[in-house]
Ligand binder design. Structure first.
Ligand code: ACO
Length: 425
């Protein structure tokens, strides 16, 4: 890289600023985005500066921005030097701060008054990583999920600030249309007791992440809600917050009679794993579903448990399955399709996702020495794969098609084993 060229992912430095009383938090440390190509171009390079830092600070609650561009040297004014601030300004609200003192005063003022917009739909706690291991309730931090629409007071302004994270974190992510009224949102906030001199019962809210969902018509009289955007900010990633937000959205949907199912738009791999893991845990924890799936005897003997699913392998291998339980279970293989469809519809799951989950649950208990069961399983999975890839497979001759299906099946099976291993950590 030439002396005058900077990596824009490194140059852009984000931080979530808390009020001075609250500032000593892990989550306020600076971090870098995953992508900047939607802002600074496909090669994610900025030309014309040495030691460039684009300091983008956001008030941790309202996400009001402050921008300060710093550098050691800048090339003499010429047409080729990139306009760093002007380019970023096109993607954030016009009224961003450039005066740090005024910005910090705003952060202080908001730290007592800011509350997330929308309706509270889910609460959970985590040990306070800024205090070490939790021993009392004082050592835990509360997190809250809010359901919001454009009509929720204060949400439109907040969304104009937080949508930048879609560009910075989601590949091929783009801004949504504010004039489309039907968007729904789930916002995740940390709710933390204020420190220092402020009132003992005062709380401050800090933004963690959010999701945008869009309803599509679903025959005859309901909607299919499509999760289109989902982001958890770097300082909070891999702490189970994405799982909590996803579960809150799913539980909210289960309670809404007008929503038929939840679908996901073009999920990133990490999100697919998050979704599979949480969906599997939800099914394994559903007593009635598991009893019908594998028989009440097997569930009470631990056949529906996750425990013992080690890395890259299954436990149980059918060893403790009684013949009676096998005969009773609707899971198969092959699965009872009418039973599967009833549960899919009750659990409001998209068809492909639910069929995959069923295939994973079967694999979890499949006895590799039971050739009949192995064959029934292979046929079940291949039937789904055939339908899903029909347009491509139908163009091949028979031998090629069978080879392709077998390869795909083996790949899918390997991936299922990888996902099942995620359940044990
Ligand atoms: C429809 C869409 O919007 S798809 C786009 C999804 N969003 C993005 O990719 C934006 C950038 N990334 C993020 O926002 C977050 O990293 C998310 C949403 C993918 C995950 O959020 P997190 O809060 O980190 O997830 P959480 O801690 O609940 O992880 C649950 C499981 O998901 C899987 N997972 C989460 N992140 C990753 C990752 N980066 N790579 C692989 N697996 C992952 C793991 O199995 C994880 O369990 P584990 O930590 O016990 O191994």
């Amino acid at each position: 890289m030439s002396e005058w060229t900077c990596d824009s992912n490194q140059a852009l430095t984000l931080s979530l600023v808390r009020a001075q009383e609250d500032a000593q938090a892990e989550e306020s440390k600076p971090f870098h985005p995953r992508f900047t190509y939607p802002i600074y171009g496909d090669d994610e390079k900025i030309y014309g500066y040495e030691g460039l830092v684009i300091d983008l600070k956001l008030a941790s609650g309202s996400l009001v921005p402050f921008v300060n561009v710093k550098y050691n040297k800048k090339l003499d004014s010429s047409a080729t030097v990139d306009d760093v601030e002007g380019t970023l300004a096109k993607f954030i609200p016009k009224d961003y701060y450039t005066d740090e003192k005024a910005f910090l005063e705003r952060v202080e003022a908001e730290s007592v008054g800011f509350k997330p917009p929308g309706e509270l739909i889910h609460t959970y706690t985590r040990p306070d990583k800024n205090k070490g291991v939790a021993t009392t309730s004082e050592d835990t931090v509360t997190f809250e999920v809010y359901h919001a629409t454009w009509k929720s007071p204060g949400f439109l302004e907040l969304h104009r600030r937080m949508q930048l994270f879609i560009l910075l974190y989601i590949e091929a992510g783009s801004y949504i249309d504010e004039t489309e009224e039907t968007w729904e949102f789930a916002l995740l906030y940390e709710k933390r007791k204020r420190r220092g001199t402020v009132a003992a019962d005062a709380f401050a809210y800090h933004f963690v992440g959010y999701s945008a969902l869009y309803p599509f018509y679903c025959f005859p009289d309901r909607v299919r809600l499509r999760l289109s955007q989902f982001v958890i900010l770097s300082p909070y990633q891999r702490g189970g917050h994405g799982s909590e937000l996803y579960t809150a959205i799913y539980q909210h949907i289960l309670k809404q009679p007008s929503i038929a199912e939840l679908t996901v738009e073009d999920p990133a791999e990490a999100f697919e794993d998050l979704r599979d893991k949480n969906d599997l845990l939800m099914l394994l924890g559903n007593k009635q579903f598991m009893e019908e799936a594998i028989g009440a005897d097997s569930v009470s003997h631990g056949g529906g448990r996750v425990g013992g699913v080690g890395k890259g392998g299954r436990s149980g291998r059918g060893g403790n399955k009684t013949a009676a339980a096998k005969a009773k279970g609707k899971l198969g293989p092959p699965v009872d399709k009418t039973w599967r469809e009833k549960w899919r519809s009750d659990l409001k799951m998209a068809a492909r996702q639910f069929h995959r989950l069923i295939e994973m649950l079967i694999l979890l208990r499949l006895d590799p020495n039971d050739e009949l069961a192995e064959r029934a399983y292979r046929l079940q999975v291949k039937e789904r794969l055939y339908r899903f890839n029909y347009d491509m497979l139908v163009q091949m001759d028979k031998e090629e098609r069978l080879d392709k299906l077998e390869d795909t099946f083996q790949g899918v099976r390997e991936d299922y084993l990888r996902i099942l291993a995620l359940l044990s950590h």
